[in-house]
Design a protein around this ligand. Structure first.
Ligand code: UD1
Ligand code: CA
Length: 482
């Protein structure tokens, strides 16, 4: 039987260097809280439980975790409060009462968002239910990190790193406690470990805080493992971004670029043509069909699906939307479906400068032009609104042509009402359709009309002051000065 995994996520720290009122682990990377990335990663490992250790901003952090977990159907999610925060060992001590002895505990940090599940799976394999497995990394500048002290610890030499890496791990020494010789060690502890839970429990009970920071160091359990004759293995990786933590806005922005760069590469490998991978941002989940082209400076948020052959021009912001095959989104278009979503039909043309809001459902070959806003409206195949218009709470039939400057007056100040525009209607320019109202199929509404009553099929409806022309009209002339 596979060994059960309990994940402990440390998230009690203050994050002083973020200089923010928002708890550090709730800052966003790729549109998701840092902690959300860690929870997602844990979910991929089929962990049976995650215990999030909270302290600073505990109420906010716990509420956010619960919301994230309910959305994606995670494992059993529990919380342990750590107050005050007396170090990483103390943090894990708070979680220990919730852990079961038959499993392995995987310790993660809520501020390390880019760890890949495959890396943790390898670490768990190294642990194998009986060893203490540490995720480590060699760094050119290891200052500040805990150093991996091996049996024949000597000054690090990249040419000898093979032999160094094979020597027995004896301890992790924190930077502030390290001797000058130990500070030369370039192999650092990432902050991530996998440890048999029953051993963890006994080792944590032996921690003290007699060190430079007067903290209970989780890293001290390595000494106890060595003393107890339990094997300690270091699983060394090369990819520093996977274990990089976020402590400041600068680091957050750096990791954001790493994250976006990796996504961009993955999309291009899948065949998506990005004009510039450095000017492409996904803050959510994007899925793309074949032959999708995306120009520069586009931002995708929430859940976005692009069908085959979709083209997105420069400077578009597209959120919570499904765009069907062959549709073209022209520059500077803003789409946000929020909870209702937006659908763009096959071969539709949208923009430039168009705005599609929640509940906009465009059929095939619909055209939405510049400065046209569509909200909670269905446009059937081939309908067009090409210039300066508003369609809200409207049902628009096939092949309707909706003139420049026309609007649906859908709101009476208290309630919203629907406008129905049946197939093949032609609405002239600058019309106001005062809802609730139905424009009968095949009808025409003269430019400048304010329509307050439903119109019959096939009729020309005009509702505006009649034009009057006074012949030979003389404009007033200026009086000569006296
Ligand atoms: C820790 C490791 C160090 C390692 C480094 C990697 C210890 C003693 N040291 O150092 O060997 O190289 O991570 O980044 O473990 N936290 C709590 N409660 C606390 C203290 C910390 O929840 O009382 C949380 C923090 O919010 C953070 C994580 O634990 O998410 C790590 O804490 P941090 O202070 O960043 O650890 P370091 O001192 O950098
Ligand atoms: Ca610290």
């Amino acid at each position: 039987m596979a060994i059960q995994i309990d994940v402990v996520i440390m998230a009690a720290g203050k994050g002083t260097r973020m200089k923010s009122t928002l708890p550090k682990v709730l800052h966003r990377l790729g549109g998701r809280a840092l902690l959300g990335h860690v929870l997602d990663c844990a979910a991929q490992l089929s962990a049976r439980q995650a215990v999030v250790v909270t302290g600073h901003g505990a109420i906010e952090v716990e509420a956010a975790c619960a919301a994230m977990a309910s959305r994606s159907g995670y494992f059993d999610l529990n919380f342990a409060r750590q107050d005050p925060q007396l170090g990483t060992g103390h943090a894990v001590q708070q979680a220990v009462p919730l852990l079961l002895d038959d499993g392995v505990t995987l310790v993660l940090s809520g501020d390390v968002p880019l760890t890949q599940a495959a890396t943790l799976t390898s670490l768990l394999d190294q642990c194998d239910g009986q060893r203490l497995a540490l995720l480590t990394l060699s760094m050119l500048d290891p200052a500040g990190y805990g150093r991996i002290v091996r049996a024949q610890a000597h000054v690090s030499d990249p040419l000898r790193s093979g032999s160094e890496a094979s020597a027995q791990v004896r301890a992790i020494v924190e930077h502030k406690d390290a001797t000058p010789a130990q500070r030369q060690i370039t192999e650092i502890y990432s902050g991530i470990m996998a440890v048999p839970t029953r051993l963890l429990r006994s080792w944590l009970a032996r921690l003290d805080n007699k060190n430079a920071q007067s903290e209970y160091y989780l890293t001290d359990i390595v000494k106890f493992a060595v003393a107890d004759g339990v094997a300690v293995v270091a699983h060394q990786i090369l990819d520093a971004a996977q274990v990089a933590g976020v402590n400041s806005p600068v680091q957050l922005a750096e990791l954001e670029r790493v994250y976006q760069g990796r996504l961009a590469t993955a999309f291009m490998e899948q065949g998506v043509r990005l004009a510039d991978p450095a000017r492409f941002d996904v803050r959510g989940t994007l899925s793309c069909g074949r032959d999708v082209e995306i120009d520069v400076n586009c931002v995708f948020e929430g859940t976005v699906t692009l069908g085959d052959g979709v083209r997105i021009s420069a400077n578009c912001v597209i959120a919570n939307c499904t765009i069907a095959a062959g549709a073209m989104i022209h520059p500077f278009t803003h789409i946000d479906g929020e909870k209702l979503g937006v659908q763009v039909g096959e071969g539709a043309l949208v923009g430039p400068f168009a705005r599609l809001r929640p509940g906009a459902q465009l059929g095939a070959e619909v055209h939405i032009g510049n400065f046209v806003e569509v909200k909670n409206s269905t446009l059937a195949k081939g309908a067009k609104a090409n210039h300066l218009a508003y369609l809200g709470d409207a049902t628009v039939g096939e092949r309707v042509n909706y003139g420049a400057g026309s609007i649906t007056a859908n709101y009476d100040g208290a309630n919203k009402h629907r406008t129905v525009i049946e197939a093949d209607v032609h609405i002239g320019s600058n019309c106001v359709l005062v809802a609730p109202v139905t424009i009968g199929a095949g009808g025409t509404v003269g430019g400048g009309s304010t329509i307050t009553k439903s119109t019959p099929q096939g009729a020309l409806s005009v509702a505006r002051g009649r034009q009057v022309s006074l012949p030979n009209w003389k404009r007033p002339a200026k009086q000569p000065k006296s």
